[in-house]
Design a binder for this molecule. Structure first.
Ligand SMILES: NC(=O)c1ccc[n+]([C@@H]2O[C@H](COP(=O)([O-])OP(=O)(O)OC[C@H]3O[C@@H](n4cnc5c(N)ncnc54)[C@H](O)[C@@H]3O)[C@@H](O)[C@H]2O)c1
Length: 421
């Protein structure tokens, strides 16, 4: 496990996360998969080794104390007392080909790279260097969204995974949400694509937490729209391809009192994307992806998310925040995990889509290691492999360039590689 933060452990430095991931997802899932015999030795890599005593205490109390038969042992990097942003190298150097790394680090480093002649805002993520380092050593990789901020980095990971014959998946867990996968199946029966509209937002109070990197190292489109753009690309996989992106941004709230984010921070970003049918030259579609981190404080849900799909023969509406069965707790909001234990006192969240997403990756890595499948097989299964998610990164990267350069950005295939124009 690379990254020891909210999604991995639920520990956020000052205590347990107050979000819906108070005991994390990755660590809990892997401890449970070890109980079930699918993984063996575990390790965690952060930047500051000094955090591990608090993390272990948090896991002991909240996982060890909540579920039966959980072995919570893991190696830690860097060792206690040391601070080392490259400890992932030490950890990966100790691994053998066929083992696996799960990356949940920030998609940004807290430093904006201002070395472009045209002074285009260029983000420098941590996902790409860590994933590449592991892949080049024959290690399977699962990386969180957004896989990379630059399309060129995404293309490099596709090439490296092919060359080293490993599984590289992107952790787009919404693909395993039963509502979304059902919607994808239904969309396949609706003929040509015509229109997609997605909205995702978080209350502006979150900006207090995000201020360290908001606008500097990543934007709200990468952070939230990545989910719906991936779902849309997944639905349209054999139906249409994106050809052009124009972005527009609303500003002024994040940069004002009391949030005072850096001047270039956008509040709400909208990407307008043209899609071309792959079967019919005359059918074109339009998609609008909007994400905001300045939604009203008491909107009722932690993260509002809904989308609408219109095809030639029908339409689909999904409102994830208002489902038939829904539990929202004041403190924690909603979750992709079931945390309540089973009748026998064991962890019981194996059907949560946060869990399934990690288990599918572990199953793929084990199957490849056993010689039963090849990494390329998963590209044909609709799973979020690095190759199958390239258009998601292409659209997000094009959106960023469109905002910075105030122009439309084309997306096209150059031989086998997707590039921006
Ligand atoms: N929290 C969620 O609900 C959630 C859900 C899905 C995806 N994600 C994604 O997961 C990533 C991390 O999210 P989070 O909420 O866990 O963040 P976080 O800030 O709580 O944790 C990030 C962790 O990464 C570590 N880290 C930073 N640089 C590192 C490096 N060079 N080597 C090793 N570790 C390093 C930090 O020490 C920290 O432990 C983001 O890309 C986010 O978009 C988060």
């Amino acid at each position: 496990m690379c990254g020891t933060g909210e999604y991995t452990t639920g520990w956020v430095g000052t205590g347990a996360s107050k979000s819906d991931k108070k005991i994390g997802v990755v660590g809990l899932t892997l401890f449970d998969l070890r109980r079930l015999g699918k993984v063996d030795k575990l390790g965690m890599v952060g930047v500051n080794g000094g955090k591990f005593p608090a993390i272990r205490k948090h896991l002991d109390e909240n996982i060890g104390g909540a579920y039966k038969d959980m072995d919570l042992s893991f190696d830690e990097y860097p060792e206690q007392g040391k601070v080392d942003p490259e400890a992932y190298k030490t950890a990966i150097d100790k691994m053998s080909p066929g083992e696996a790394v799960i990356i949940f680090t920030p998609d940004s480093e807290h430093a904006t790279v201002d070395n472009c002649a045209s002074s285009i805002k260029q983000f420098k993520g941590t996902h790409h260097p860590i994933a590449l380092y592991a892949i080049e050593r024959g290690i399977h990789v699962l990386v969180t969204k957004p896989a990379t901020q630059l399309l060129s980095h995404h293309n490099e990971l596709i090439a490296a995974a092919r060359k080293h014959n490993v599984c590289c998946f992107v952790e787009h867990h919404k693909r395993f949400d039963p509502v979304y996968s059902d919607a994808k199946a239904r969309a396949q029966t609706l003929g040509e694509f015509n229109f997609f509209n997605a909205w995702m937002s978080q209350p502006k109070s979150q900006l207090e937490t995000f201020r360290a990197w908001a606008g500097k190292d990543s934007d709200i489109s990468y952070y939230l729209s990545s989910h719906h753009i991936d779902i849309c690309c997944w639905i349209l996989q054999d139906i249409a391809v994106p050809t052009r992106v124009v972005a527009s941004a609303a500003t002024g709230i994040a940069t004002s009192e009391p949030y005072n984010c850096v001047p270039q921070t956008e509040d709400t970003i909208t990407l307008l994307v043209d899609w071309q049918s792959t079967k019919s030259p005359k059918h074109k579609g339009t998609a609008v992806y909007t994400a905001s981190w300045t939604a009203p404080l008491k909107a009722g849900v932690h993260s509002a998310q809904h989308w609408y799909y219109m095809g030639e023969k029908g339409d689909i509406s999904v409102d994830q925040a208002h489902r038939g069965y829904d539990v929202t707790v004041d403190e924690t909001g909603k979750t992709c995990m079931k945390y309540s234990p089973s009748e026998s006192g064991h962890f019981d969240g194996q059907r949560g889509y946060g869990y399934i997403s990690i288990e599918k990756f572990i199953d793929a890595a084990r199957s490849v290691n056993a010689g039963v499948t090849k990494p390329a097989d998963y590209d044909t299964h609709g799973l979020p492999t690095i190759a199958n998610t390239v258009l998601t990164t292409a659209i997000l990267n094009a959106g960023r360039i469109s905002l910075d350069e105030k122009r439309a950005v084309g997306i096209k295939k150059d031989g086998e590689t997707w590039v921006l124009e």
